[in-house]
Design a protein around this ligand. Structure first.
Ligand code: SF4
Ligand code: SF4
Length: 163
């Protein structure tokens, strides 16, 4: 996995043009069974991928924290939401709450998330490849192919399964 993670930014860069073109076509005319196919591709990929060997999302990019996330996680730490914000979060250029720094402060050396049960919604859903109306998040997915090996493989599989 370490070798793949090192190569991933270059692999994604090499496929960028091809993927952009593919997604532009997908957006124009999404296949009727797209949601079903994405669910299937996502499940197949995550049967092979062990996130505990990777954690690249937690190490290199962070989730957005919604107000509900902040309240839930602050409660878990018995902190006031504002205290949690001041300790761990900052506001980004889109006015969203994000981590102050990466790797995420809640990631353990063994790649386990120390707040797994109460983690942000965005962490639960990453890399969003089983999301409904997947064609609406193709730009985000393009970015994620350079971060997440599973997202990279899923896009490669999509092109074969839905040419
Ligand atoms: S979701 Fe992707 S980047 Fe995150 S740990 Fe799993 S394979 Fe790695
Ligand atoms: S909260 Fe947990 S799952 Fe989310 S980025 Fe941090 S360590 Fe990873």
């Amino acid at each position: 996995m370490d070798d793949l993670l090192k190569q991933l930014p270059q692999l994604a860069k090499d496929k960028h043009k091809e993927n952009k073109k593919y997604f532009a076509r997908l957006k124009k005319k999404p296949p009727k069974n797209l949601d079903y196919m994405m669910q299937e591709l996502h499940e197949e990929e995550f049967e092979r991928t062990d996130c505990l060997q990777c954690a690249n999302c937690c190490k290199t990019t962070g989730p957005l924290f919604t107000n509900a996330d902040i309240e839930r996680i602050a409660k878990h730490f018995r902190m006031k939401p504002q205290q949690f914000i001041d300790t761990y979060l900052q506001i980004d250029e889109d006015n969203d709450y994000v981590l102050q720094r990466v790797p995420c402060a809640f990631l353990g050396y063994d790649n386990y998330c120390s707040i797994y049960e109460v983690r942000p919604k965005a962490c639960r859903e990453y890399p969003h490849t089983d999301r409904k109306k997947f064609h609406q998040i193709t730009n985000l997915t393009l970015k994620n192919t350079a971060i997440c090996p599973a997202a990279f493989h899923i896009v490669e599989a999509m092109k074969k399964r839905m040419p």
